[in-house]
Write a protein that binds this ligand. Structure first.
Ligand SMILES: CCC/C=C/C(=O)SCCNC(=O)CCNC(=O)[C@H](O)C(C)(C)COP(=O)([O-])OP(=O)([O-])OC[C@H]1O[C@@H](n2cnc3c(N)ncnc32)[C@H](O)[C@@H]1OP(=O)([O-])[O-]
Length: 273
């Protein structure tokens, strides 16, 4: 196992944790892999683990960069675990949302160079995680990426919207969010939602190659620049975290939203059979 070799260090037990972290102390690059089969849906536990992992990496002075990837073939992340939003309690909804907020604040506000290796589908919350990195490489082929929330009868919150706006601009975001659009890798590339599209086997090598460019830049100057670019969006959520969590719990609890989610879950199951 890669983790037992020097100079790798693990923050989680390989093959066990739902968020696996391999830290290469020689290069200063950590690889964080989501590991919640079958689709890496993000529940309270995974989001809490992810938030803690990001915090630890940020505090590790030997760490300069992080690659966000998946341990599950064919999937980057299916987004938020729909079962956290369906027939849940208001208390659980608030706790779930806080964990998402904290994980996102840790990722979007990270001092590290962050790269998304998108080796599979990446809807909704998966797209948010990818967009929150500094750079995205996606596998060509059948995989799709996008914020499809409206298709579930739910609404991407203002901070998902802010991140998309900063990634692909106002006009594309308006269309993408209203339609709940899912894009192929090539379409995503054409609107700037991802930075590079390569064959599946080339995703990781391409990320490693790109990292070399980013790591040539002195950290302090890059971090000040990144912070200045992202501060406004981060502060907008930081200043209203509780209000945002309460809004989510209230919205999700509506009968009409529960009905839409129920129908969407049924459609996912039907697609399988
Ligand atoms: C306001 C809030 C903002 C919201 C943000 C979000 O992220 S909203 C999230 C929006 N996300 C979406 O709309 C994504 C919906 N998912 C998909 O479109 C597809 O699963 C896929 C394309 C990701 C993978 O296709 P594939 O053919 O490889 O896999 P498959 O389809 O066969 O699924 C396997 C099993 O996983 C289950 N399951 C799947 N996703 C979720 C989930 N998010 N959660 C929970 N469970 C999920 C699925 O039901 C099935 O369960 P079963 O029957 O075995 O008990």
């Amino acid at each position: 196992q890669v983790c037992t070799q020097v100079p790798y260090r693990c923050y989680s037990t390989p093959g066990v944790g739902q968020v696996q972290v391999d830290m290469n102390s020689e290069t200063g690059v950590a690889t964080v892999r989501l590991n919640r089969p079958p689709v890496n849906s993000l529940n309270l536990d995974v989001l809490t683990e992810l938030g803690i992992a990001l915090e630890k990496l940020d505090a590790d002075r030997t760490c300069r960069a992080m690659v966000l990837a998946s341990a599950v073939p064919g999937i980057f992340s299916a987004g938020l675990d729909i079962l956290e939003m369906y027939q849940s309690t208001p208390e659980r909804c608030v706790a779930f949302w806080r964990a998402l907020q904290d994980a996102w604040l840790g990722l979007y506000g990270s001092r590290l160079v962050t790269m998304a290796a998108i080796e599979g589908h990446s809807p909704a919350g998966g797209c948010l995680l990818a967009m929150s990195c500094d750079y995205r490489v996606m596998a060509d082929g059948k995989f799709q990426i996008g914020l499809n929330e409206t298709r579930l009868g739910i609404v991407a919150p203002f901070w998902f919207e802010d991140v998309m706006l900063n990634t692909i601009g106002h006009r594309e975001t308006e269309k993408a969010l209203q339609l709940g659009a899912m894009y192929s890798a090539q379409q995503a590339l054409s609107i700037g939602l991802v930075d590079k599209v390569v064959p599946l086997a080339e995703v990781m090598p391409t990320v490693q190659g790109e990292l070399k460019n980013w790591l040539q830049i002195p950290d302090a100057a890059r971090v000040i620049t990144k912070t200045s670019m992202r501060k406004q969006v981060l502060d907008r959520l930081r200043s209203q975290k509780e209000k945002d969590a309460q809004f989510f719990a209230d919205f999700i609890g509506r009968d009409s939203v529960q009905r839409s989610l129920g129908a969407y879950i049924a459609s996912l199951q039907k697609r399988k059979s």
